[in-house]
Design a protein around this ligand. Structure first.
Ligand code: IPM
Ligand code: MG
Length: 352
């Protein structure tokens, strides 16, 4: 079980340390960890946010545990040298097109949500976000237009096969959970979305047991905070998924609680190769202060055990330990509590 650990920038190293300690605490036989540089940290050390050694290490592993990237001192660099390019490069190079972002309000923690408690209680969804296409990876640039004015442009596109394979991931998740599937697009305006919708309808024919509906992304944003019970599995593209997953996490109460898995097609000896990361960023404002909530990264490690190592029992143990810690009032600053990074990590390990 080879895991490449890429802590990255800001709070990345602090939260990753706690997740690694949780994995080590399970004393799984054959667990081997490698650590690599990524993001601004890698740029400062090697002159590139995603050095070749890091990419090779990720390729040689069965799974990647990723912290966060983002470093304000790199904001003025050329785009290809900015820390964010490291995570985008890893997703693309490793073929990780399927991003699973579960969002649910933990029982008893409805009061942490900015939503009314009865609405918050019904929030339990899985966002399946396409991760290697869309306007993120299209041609882009800046130019001077015919009027002599500066203009920025980014091309949005999806090919049939890109929509089809992510749709299958979402349909399988819906079939397995019994949840309905909502495909989110902007087909009333965008051709990319029209193709998306057409392909999703075609794939649906293979899953007669799954209830499918379609929703425009603006309506979906509204429904996430007004009627979250309308969602089970949400299938959407890269850009809309980026936005909706932050919205869903804010509705849960904190971005510090939500994990993610990014999967491709490659199978390893134990499961599907994947990259696991909290959905929060590097939070430079609190970096190095021992304040960050490591729960999202710890829960990402649980997803890793489930999807890449076939260790459902251990994954469920970690999730139960996090829920128990939360229920016992082990709350980080993001949740209005005063527990620090190390204390939260210890509290979770104590409940394993
Ligand atoms: C995320 C992040 C990334 C994204 C950034 C860091 C490039 O916001 O994982 O959601 O936009 O995908
Ligand atoms: Mg995001």
């Amino acid at each position: 079980m080879k895991i490449a650990v890429l802590p990255g920038d800001g709070i990345g190293p602090e939260v990753t340390r706690e997740a690694v300690a949780v994995l080590e605490c399970l004393a799984l036989p054959g667990l081997t960890l490698f650590e690599g540089d990524v993001g601004g940290a890698a740029y400062h050390r090697h002159g590139h946010p995603l050095p070749a050694e890091t990419l090779d290490m990720a390729r040689a592993a069965d799974a990647v545990l990723f912290g966060a990237v983002g470093d304000p001192t790199c904001d003025t660099l050329e785009r290809h040298l900015r820390p964010e390019q490291a995570i985008l490069g890893l997703r693309k190079e490793l073929g990780l097109f399927a991003n699973l972002r579960p969002a649910r309000v933990f029982a008893g923690l409805e009061h942490l949500s900015p939503l009314r408690a009865d609405i918050a209680a019904s929030l339990d969804m899985l966002i399946v976000r396409e991760l290697t296409g869309d306007v993120y990876f299209g041609a882009k640039g800046q130019r001077v237009n015919a009027d002599g004015e500066r203009e920025g442009w980014d091309a949005m596109s999806y090919a049939d096969h890109e929509v089809r394979r992510i749709a299958h991931v979402a349909f399988r998740a819906a079939a397995a959970s019994g949840w309905k599937l909502t495909s989110v697009d902007k087909a009333n305006v965008l051709e990319t979305s029209q193709l998306w919708r057409d392909v999703v309808v075609e794939v649906a024919a293979e899953y007669p047991g799954v209830t499918l509906d379609h929703m425009y992304v603006d309506n979906a944003a509204m429904q996430v905070v007004s009627h979250p019970d309308r969602f089970g599995v949400v299938l959407t593209g890269n850009l809309f998924g980026d936005i909706l997953s932050d919205l869903a996490s804010a509705a849960v109460g904190s971005i510090g609680l939500l994990p993610s898995a990014s999967l491709g097609e490659r199978q390893t000896a134990h499961g599907t190769f994947g990259l696991y990361e909290p959905i929060h960023g590097s939070a430079p404002d609190i970096a190095g202060q021992g304040k960050a909530n490591p729960m999202a990264t710890i829960l990402s490690a649980a997803m890793m055990l489930r999807h890449s190592f076939g260790r459902e029992a251990e994954a469920a143990r970690i999730e139960a330990a996090v829920s128990a810690a939360l229920a016992d009032g082990v709350l980080g600053g993001d949740l209005g509590g005063s527990h620090g990074t190390a204390a939260i990590g210890e509290a979770v390990r104590a409940r394993l």
